[in-house]
Design a protein around this ligand. Structure first.
Ligand SMILES: Nc1ncnc2c1ncn2[C@@H]1O[C@H](COP(=O)(O)OP(=O)(O)OP(=O)(O)O)[C@@H](O)[C@H]1O
Ligand SMILES: [Mg+2]
Length: 250
């Protein structure tokens, strides 16, 4: 089997407050896979993405794009990983949307014309054409979320990690996001409570609870398993619930 593009081995992290957020997480992802991370509030999903991007000093081993994550390689790892934070305000920090989207490609050392082309393309992909000169703090929450995604798309990372990408999107924006994600050939790691989006986009689902991996398998098996989901505070996706007959056992 080819070397995985992402390898997470026995990753543990305790916040300085004493909360054990990750309690020995292990999984690996092959290039091109679309993997969902699901679980109840506080399961450790966002912390896991932060650990993979080197924003929290977890123990264990993380390898991404051929680099083992450590202080010396964290920049290389982030070059291969596009992380969209759960809160778009954590992503957008420049005075204008266009500058935020240009920031990543510019720090990669690309020529100004290439940076400009990427900004245009990324804003078009999230349907924010013409927003270059808008101030991020004057956008609606859904627009901010799309702008945050554009900042990462512009870097064309090998792995795209999205934390709750459909939160605050209206139904049309959500359908367009699903279309965009399905059209990408990038490896995807999607954290979310929108299990219907995950059914549409991800082939594989990892269920986490209390900092541990509870199940890891095909989305079609995990997200149709009512007892498994309910015992970890989740519910069947609406599309699955609609297919299951009312007589089916609870
Ligand atoms: N900055 C922090 N300091 C201390 N504890 C934190 C911090 N951020 C998260 N935690 C705790 O770590 C645990 C995991 O939180 P995390 O944000 O990773 O959960 P999550 O699975 O992303 O949840 P949600 O679905 O609500 O986004 C929780 O118990 C949470 O209270
Ligand atoms: Mg979270």
């Amino acid at each position: 089997m080819a070397e995985p593009i992402l390898e997470v081995v026995d990753v543990r992290y305790r916040y300085p407050t004493g909360t054990d957020a990750l309690c020995g997480v292990t999984f690996s992802v092959a290039a091109g896979e679309r993997v969902a991370l699901v679980g109840p509030n506080g399961a450790g999903k966002s912390t896991l993405l932060l650990a993979i991007a080197g924003f929290v000093p977890a123990t264990g081993r993380i390898r991404l794009g051929g680099h083992t994550l450590n202080r010396a390689t964290v920049r290389d790892v982030r070059r291969h990983l596009g992380l969209v934070f759960q809160d778009p305000d954590d992503q957008l920090f420049m005075p204008r949307v266009g500058e935020d989207v240009a920031f990543g490609p510019a720090t990669m050392g690309l020529a100004p014309e290439e940076v400009h082309a990427r900004v245009h393309e990324a804003l078009a992909a999230v349907e924010l054409e013409g927003y270059e000169t808008r101030a991020p703090y004057h956008l609606s929450v859904g627009e901010k979320r799309r702008a945050a995604l554009a900042t990462v798309l512009a870097m064309r990372p090998q792995v795209l990690a999205l934390d709750e990408p459909s939160a605050n999107l209206d139904p049309r924006g959500r359908r367009r996001l699903i279309g965009l994600l399905r059209a990408l050939s990038t490896t995807l790691l999607i954290v979310g409570h929108d299990l219907d989006l995950i059914m549409d986009v991800c082939d594989r689902t990892i269920l986490m609870d209390a900092g541990c991996v509870i199940a890891d398998g095909p989305t079609s098996a995990i997200l149709t398993h009512r007892e498994l989901l309910e015992s970890h505070g989740l519910e069947l996706p609406l599309a699955v619930a609609a297919r299951q007959t009312p007589e089916s056992p609870r």
